[in-house]
Design a protein around this ligand. Structure first.
Ligand code: SF4
Length: 183
């Protein structure tokens, strides 16, 4: 891999971050997100090959912080993705901090934001963390402030395919974050 191979991915990440920054600033009074709150991270994640390469390169350069961590973790039962399988992400430390925060996957950059997801009937519905927007719901949020996760997945898949063609890696490959943590 040469650094330019990750350019498309970095551009996608920058656009997601710009959106997140704008929406978080506009609706800061409706967000409960704070350091240590890590309900979103109680899951075993796998990532696309292009994301694994980005994370792997960063770990090689910076190393991984110890799992022990500092600070106070907070996990609301309301925010746990799958109550039957509460497995902390391999990149989460005991203080509820992400050990790869600068290069965390795209999906992690959407944690807590208003998102549009499939309603299972060919349409879309709004969703967000159950701790956010609790006073007035999502009805007051304009459509431009929702991140469409279906579109985001499609763009990420296209970026990943282009990356795999450029680097000779397997298209569609998924890499568990636990594998990257164990390297
Ligand atoms: S990569 Fe980081 S932000 Fe994403 S689930 Fe794991 S600990 Fe949480």
């Amino acid at each position: 891999m040469i650094p330019e191979d990750l350019d498309d991915y970095r551009r996608l990440v920058a656009r997601v971050d710009d959106h997140a920054e704008r929406v978080t600033a506009a609706w800061s009074h409706r967000f409960a997100c704070r350091s240590g709150c890590s309900g979103c991270c109680q899951r075993s994640l796998s990532v696309a090959g292009v994301e694994a390469s980005s994370i792997g390169a960063w770990i090689e350069e910076h190393g991984l912080a110890p799992e022990a961590g500092d600070g106070e973790p907070f996990v609301s039962p309301l925010t746990v993705v799958n109550p039957d399988d509460v497995t902390p992400c391999a990149m989460l430390d005991a203080g509820g901090q992400c050990r790869i925060y600068p290069v965390r996957p795209v999906i992690c950059r959407t944690h807590g934001l208003p998102v549009a997801i499939s309603d299972g009937e060919g349409g879309k519905r709004g969703d967000t963390c159950p701790l956010n927007f609790t006073e007035a719901g999502l009805g007051e949020v304009p459509s431009a402030d929702f991140l469409d996760l279906t579109t985001l997945d499609t763009v990420l898949a296209a970026v990943d395919l282009r990356f795999s063609l450029a680097t000779g890696s397997s298209p569609g490959e998924r890499v568990p974050l636990s594998d990257l943590a164990d390297r």
